[in-house]
Design a protein. Structure first.
Length: 367
């Protein structure tokens, strides 16, 4: 029998931790063209039936794909269309698998992230790209450790286009903005979300103030004034025009900006692979977060290669076990501790400009 460690029913008492011994009984098989005979079971406590596929990454899927290969190719600047040609499947199938992989990446990250050393200074800065068209620039606010470049979290805000425009561009912009409602103080909201997470996971574990490094955006200073009563930290600001060298205190943020431009197809300069859908773009970004932290070498050419997570203080064996589970057992939202902005990432809650309908979220994503 399969050693299931919990009941998949969120309302069952055994959903978080199942008792020792047999808490379920076998209930025959059912046949699928892709997976053959799939064994079924029933929980003795709640009576809910489930199968071995319930715990699989390919739950409700009709075709097997290599998730490790998808992660590596997404993080190697391969576009979605190129992925669909490579695997000989539709674009919708690729988007579906990347969404599943982003859930796995988020679950693994929330499990391992608290194990990082809390003493290391943290950089927070915005990565600027755009949603759908250049009339809708965005700010992807990213927090990461200053020395190990370990990405802690990220969130998203859609902004209005700024800078010079021709008369034609101004006319086009006015037409587009008639049907769009922009969020007020979006930058302050996104920065505050990362501050809340920083306080909950890192600052409470310290007896002395921690160091936070940002640029001189006034939105950051305003958001900090609302949290200063809770926080014990030193805030260092850096001019964004300062040389982007190793000696720049914001080197980690400048480094990750360069890596995102290089490693993700939809953020390359002057590309036709720009994102058409915000939720899909963020799914790819979360997949990249997992690969960057736990798979990518901290520095190329070292005699002993180690990851960014190891340099942040996370044990190699803990990473190995979590990554093994990531590609073996489906993550459940009801068993994953997520901050509000991470739950929004999971449930595709960040809207795409000019798209009136909410994003489709499959039922199994809520389980």
């Amino acid at each position: 029998m399969h050693p299931f460690s919990f009941c998949p029913n969120p309302t069952c008492p055994h959903h978080q931790v199942a008792p020792e011994g047999s808490w379920y009984v076998a209930l025959g098989f059912y046949y699928t063209k892709c997976f053959g005979d799939v064994p079924r079971y029933r929980c003795k406590t709640c009576g809910r039936t489930f199968s071995s596929q319930t715990f699989s990454l390919d739950y409700f899927a009709k075709k097997r794909l290599n998730y490790r290969q998808i992660e590596r190719l997404v993080s190697s600047s391969m576009s979605q269309r190129a992925l669909s040609r490579h695997f000989k499947v539709s674009l919708g199938t690729i988007n579906n698998r990347i969404q599943r992989l982003s859930h796995q990446s988020l679950a693994t990250h929330t499990l391992l992230r608290p194990q990082a050393a809390p003493r290391e200074p943290v950089c927070i800065d915005g990565f600027v790209s755009f949603d759908r068209s250049q009339y809708f620039p965005n700010n992807i606010t990213i927090s990461l450790t200053a020395h190990s470049q370990f990405i802690l979290s990220l969130t998203h805000a859609t902004l209005r286009r700024s800078g010079r425009c021709t008369d034609t561009q101004k006319h086009r912009k006015n037409l587009l903005y008639r049907s769009v409602t922009f969020e007020k103080a979006a930058l302050q909201r996104s920065f505050s979300e990362l501050l809340d997470q920083l306080y909950s996971e890192r600052c409470t574990a310290l007896t002395s103030p921690s160091l936070l490094i940002t640029d001189e955006k006034p939105d950051y200073a305003w958001a900090l004034t609302r949290h200063i009563s809770r926080f014990s930290l030193h805030h260092l600001t850096v001019n964004s025009k300062a040389p982007r060298t190793l000696h720049n205190p914001l080197f980690a943020s400048n480094y990750i900006d360069r890596e995102l431009r290089k490693d993700l197809a939809d953020h390359r300069r002057e590309t036709v692979c720009f994102p058409r859908n915000v939720a899909n773009m963020l799914n790819r970004l979360v997949v990249y977060l997992g690969w960057h932290n736990y798979e990518k070498p901290f520095r190329i050419g070292q005699s002993i290669e180690s990851t960014h997570a190891e340099h942040a203080g996370i044990k190699k064996m803990a990473i190995y076990k979590a990554r093994l589970t990531q590609f073996k057992q489906r993550a459940f939202l009801t068993r994953t501790h997520l901050f509000p902005h991470e739950r929004k990432l999971w449930l595709r809650g960040f809207p795409t400009p000019l798209k009136n309908k909410p994003e489709y979220v499959p039922a199994y994503a809520y389980a």
